[in-house]
Design a protein around this ligand. Structure first.
Ligand code: ATP
Ligand code: MG
Length: 184
């Protein structure tokens, strides 16, 4: 699977629908301080199921919804959609058959998140499942390397380090399933 586009609307500073095509192997995002570069990364994390507002530099999850500016009123919902090319059929299970996979999350001010895969309403865990073991798994994602993360890995406690290794080895997916089964 390869990320080909990021679509945002009402997410942080991206109040108007914004389409960011990801073309080629390397993409740079440049712009002045505060223009929204990190917000794009937050959007990617968020749509993949991030449930901790702190990881998205906010106090509450509703902080990801555009909360107004001097010229614009706040909006009532945020949505982010990622489009992946899946012509290599690497998406797991039933999703392997689709040449393109889109995953979407919508949040309204009443605090409800909805998740979609190819426009079908799914549970959070269905969406999270696609990415577990790819390096984008929510808890131990290492596909997104941010400031301070290298030192966090170097200084990690053994259990935390093991989390990264399990994500890299593709084991985290099965551990997550087991946790879920045991908690039923
Ligand atoms: P730097 O170069 O300093 O890292 P950046 O381009 O990464 O800057 P971001 O952190 O992505 O900038 O964007 C910060 C901007 O996003 C701020 O102007 C902030 O007001 C705005 N912002 C964040 N959350 C919201 C929100 N919910 N509604 C409106 N604007 C928001
Ligand atoms: Mg930044």
């Amino acid at each position: 699977m390869r990320l080909t586009a990021i679509k945002l609307a009402g997410f942080k500073s991206f109040v108007d629908p914004t389409h960011i095509p990801i073309i080629g192997q390397m993409v740079g995002v440049v712009g002045p301080n505060g223009c929204g570069k990190s917000n794009v990364i937050d959007a990617v994390r968020w749509v993949l199921g991030e449930s901790q507002a702190k990881q998205l530099r906010g106090a509450n999850m509703a902080d990801v919804i555009f909360n107004g500016s001097t010229t614009r009123k706040a909006v009532s919902r945020a949505s982010v959609e990622l489009t992946f090319d899946n012509t290599d059929a690497t998406a797991p299970g039933q999703w392997a058959q689709y040449a393109e996979i889109s995953v979407k999350r919508i949040l309204t001010r009443n605090g409800e998140s909805s998740y979609y895969i190819n426009n079908t309403h799914v549970r959070r865990r269905d969406l999270v499942d696609i990415f577990l073991g790819t390096g984008l798994g929510t808890k131990t994602s290492y596909a997104i390397i941010e400031q301070g993360m290298i030192s966090r890995i170097i200084e990690a406690k053994p259990e935390e380090l093991r989390g990264f290794l399990e994500e890299a080895a593709g084991i985290s997916k099965y551990k997550e399933r087991r946790r879920e089964t045991e908690s039923r």
